[in-house]
Design a protein around this ligand. Structure first.
Ligand SMILES: Nc1ncnc2c1ncn2[C@@H]1O[C@H](COP(=O)(O)OP(=O)(O)O)[C@@H](O)[C@H]1O
Ligand SMILES: [Mg+2]
Length: 425
């Protein structure tokens, strides 16, 4: 089989890495890919958003399966473009991708299906939303309805901050159309966990849970980022909670989509909070999580391509995924200054040595090849260092030992990834 992976981050490198282990696969292209992906695939210079060019490429090269990493092309309808041309693509079509593309759409579906989630009200106007803030109490959760690259949610500690978030959406139109509708949601407290599942209509095949770290600083301080680390499995989540996520959240959500005439094909990502009343949904995403995927896939023993094909062709519920007993910890190595301003183009040293340590896999997130073949930084998040160990203590030690072998100018990483579970399972 010939496979095309769309995207250029650590998630896509992890996907290409796992796909390359499938006995079914003989050739992989990545578009546009990065320096790490170039070592196991051929990178082609087509942007993830350029749907027609990607479909032209897939059809010209006889690609048998296209796997899309990021949400933007899915929400824009890349699956529809491919399917109209008879090309197999792993990922939901435009209507199904509304599960991520519109928080209001997802919330309505959850309420109708009785899926546990925070209460919310939706507004299209500043004054009415401000009135809602006035009659409720802090903290206020203000969410832009549409895609906002992870910047559309504000947890406001006081009224002033809530008004400011509303002003950014409605008056400054900071997110364009994505902020024309705003949800004000009940604040939920508890541990945050992600559970992803293959979904084909009503059939689901859930993956092992993961936890990610969104804030830039140790101890969950500082601004939000695309993710500074992750680990899997999640010992903070009981087996009973996991079962409830599958039976009370994933399965009814898949059913509710089908009853609306939506045939979902791909990965559905449930972002959850483990509240005192049980797991509740924060949001859905319509693709693999980044950096959760980098901690989940190293533990997956089964062939991912078989599961992807079953998602498209049927038979998902006949598949059993086999997992390693080991724990996986992923540390994101970033450019100093991220998520604010940072510089690109610094040479990265020690990659070979770090990557050859036992149990360690390095996924590239923002890198490019220099003219002399050296690897250069090319993004805010540069590398994802994943390590497997018998327990979290060992996985952490291995991951950080590898991180310490890596050097580049202004390199930054969190030191507390998976620390909270180090004494658990
Ligand atoms: N209702 C809520 N209660 C508490 N925290 C929330 C709530 N909704 C979102 N958050 C926090 O904000 C983050 C971003 O929200 P999310 O709904 O995942 O949107 P997005 O990923 O699109 O930015 C979450 O990861 C979570 O930490
Ligand atoms: Mg989220």
């Amino acid at each position: 089989m010939k496979v095309l992976v769309v995207g250029s981050g650590g998630r896509e490198h992890a996907l290409a890495w796992k796909i390359s282990q499938s006995p079914l696969v003989e050739k992989i292209w990545c578009a546009p890919g990065n320096a790490g992906m170039a070592s196991l695939a051929e990178c082609v210079d087509i942007k993830a958003e350029d749907m027609e060019a990607l479909a032209d490429f897939a059809s010209r090269q006889g690609v048998d399966l296209t796997v899309v990493g990021p949400e933007a092309p899915l929400v824009a309808g890349i699956a529809d473009v491919f399917r109209e041309r008879g090309l197999a693509l792993f990922g939901p079509d435009r209507r199904a991708a509304l599960m991520e593309g519109s928080k209001h759409f997802a919330k309505r579906l959850m309420l109708e299906a009785g899926v546990p989630t925070g209460r919310a009200e939706v507004f299209t106007d500043y004054e009415e939303a401000a009135e809602c803030v006035r009659r409720s109490g802090p903290p206020y959760v203000v969410k832009a309805d549409g895609l906002a690259a992870g910047k559309g949610v504000v947890i406001a500690r006081d009224e002033r901050a809530a008004y400011e978030a509303l002003r950014a959406c409605f008056l400054e139109r900071k997110f364009g159309e994505a902020g024309d509708r705003v949800l004000i949601e009940e604040f939920l407290s508890g541990q945050e966990v992600s559970v992803l599942s293959f979904v084909d209509g009503e059939e689901i095949l859930p993956l092992a849970p993961a936890q990610d770290y969104k804030r830039v600083g140790d101890g969950d301080t500082g601004p939000n980022t695309g993710g500074m680390g992750s680990y899997s499995p999640v010992p903070l989540m009981s087996e009973e909670d996991y079962r409830r996520v599958v039976e009370e959240i994933l399965r009814p959500t898949a059913k509710a989509m089908v009853s609306r005439g939506i045939h979902y094909r791909g990965i559905l990502y449930a972002g959850l909070i483990l509240t005192e009343e049980g797991p509740k949904v924060l949001e859905f995403n319509v693709r693999f999580g980044d950096p959760e995927t980098q901690a989940v896939l190293p533990r997956l023993k089964s062939d991912i391509v078989t599961a992807m094909l079953a998602t498209l062709e049927g038979g998902l519920s006949d598949i059993d995924l086999e997992w390693s007993e080991e724990s996986c910890v992923t540390v994101v190595v970033a450019s100093g200054g991220y998520p604010g301003e940072y510089r690109r183009g610094y040479a990265i040293e020690g990659l070979q040595e770090a990557g050859s340590l036992e149990g360690v896999t390095i996924f590239h997130a923002g890198t490019k090849l220099g003219a002399d073949g050296s690897v250069l930084t090319d993004g805010g998040r540069v590398l994802n260092v994943s390590a497997l160990g018998r327990d979290f203590r060992e996985a952490r030690e291995k991951a950080y030992r590898a991180v310490e072998r890596i050097r580049f100018q202004d390199m930054y990483y969190r030191k507390d990834i998976a620390l909270r579970v180090v004494d658990m399972a």
